[in-house]
Design a binder for this molecule. Structure first.
Ligand code: HEC
Ligand code: HEC
Length: 189
């Protein structure tokens, strides 16, 4: 009986360890584009290490079930089970968010700061590092990537299901939204 119990326990252990190894192997395939540990080398590729777990799960499942447009990610996540998506979300959420502060012209920063104070700070915090529960951190995220995302929220051809964020970008001029994301991209911790 004791032997049987031990065997059962060992099998349990091995399969947990195997599952963990499998996720690490899967996560390594993300590094090609998102950088080691999910810290991207830029500029149109987002950092994903340290994004909130619920956000990671949500966007990956929206891609998988065709509820959110993408250029690349839809194809990638369709190959994963929901459990694998949850495990990947837990894996990247357990890392620390690492901003990559980028240089920007002083006038763009000033215009960006003004737009952020007027519209974006409510949900992202003044420097992008104090997000609402359903928003990702934007401090030191890549500015070029964020500008592309803003275009998607504004464009009817792209399915971006978050209505409040979609509405927020219509409350500033396109040049102000661009300046705002440059301002967020310039922030460090
Ligand atoms: C071939 C390059 C490539 C690979 C490999 C890749 N991604 Fe992506 N990822 C992208 C691109 C490009 C985007 C921007 C969305 C889009 O258009 O697809 C993105 C966006 C994301 C985002 C959204 C980030 C944000 O701030 O909203 C998450 C999360 C993500 N990827 C997770 C992953 C995970 C997890 C893996 C590994 C299983 C992975 N990606 C592998 C290219 C890639
Ligand atoms: C009402 C709250 C709210 C306001 C106001 C708001 N945002 Fe957002 N933002 C969000 C949420 C929530 C998300 C994630 C949305 C999703 O799941 O698609 C988001 C996502 C983003 C993203 C995509 C990040 C990524 O990693 O893909 C960018 C860029 C962004 N916001 C910039 C801005 C800018 C610039 C402003 C001001 C003009 C702004 N936001 C105002 C809530 C808000």
């Amino acid at each position: 009986m004791r032997k049987l119990l031990l065997a059962v326990m060992l099998t349990g252990l091995t399969s947990t360890a195997a599952a963990q190894t499998k996720i690490e192997v899967l996560a390594r395939t993300c590094n090609t584009c998102h950088g080691t540990g999910g810290v991207s080398a830029g500029t149109s590729m987002p950092s994903i290490g340290g994004l909130p777990r619920e956000y990671l799960k949500r966007v990956m499942k929206q891609w998988k079930y065709d509820e959110r447009s993408s250029i690349t990610m839809g194809r990638i996540v369709k190959g994963f089970s929901d459990d694998e998506i949850d495990a990947l979300a837990a894996y990247f959420a357990s890392r620390e968010w690492t901003p990559t502060p980028q240089k920007a012209a002083a006038d763009a920063l000033a215009a960006g700061e003004e737009a952020v104070r007027r519209v974006c700070t409510d949900c992202h915090g003044m420097k992008g590092g104090d997000p609402d529960i359903d928003a990702p951190p934007l401090d030191g995220q890549w500015g070029k990537y964020m500008a592309i995302e803003v275009e998607k929220y504004l464009s009817p051809e792209f399915k971006m299901p978050h209505r409040r964020m979609g509405k927020a970008v219509t409350e500033v001029k396109a040049t102000e939204a661009e300046a705002a994301v440059r301002y967020f991209g310039a922030q460090g911790r």
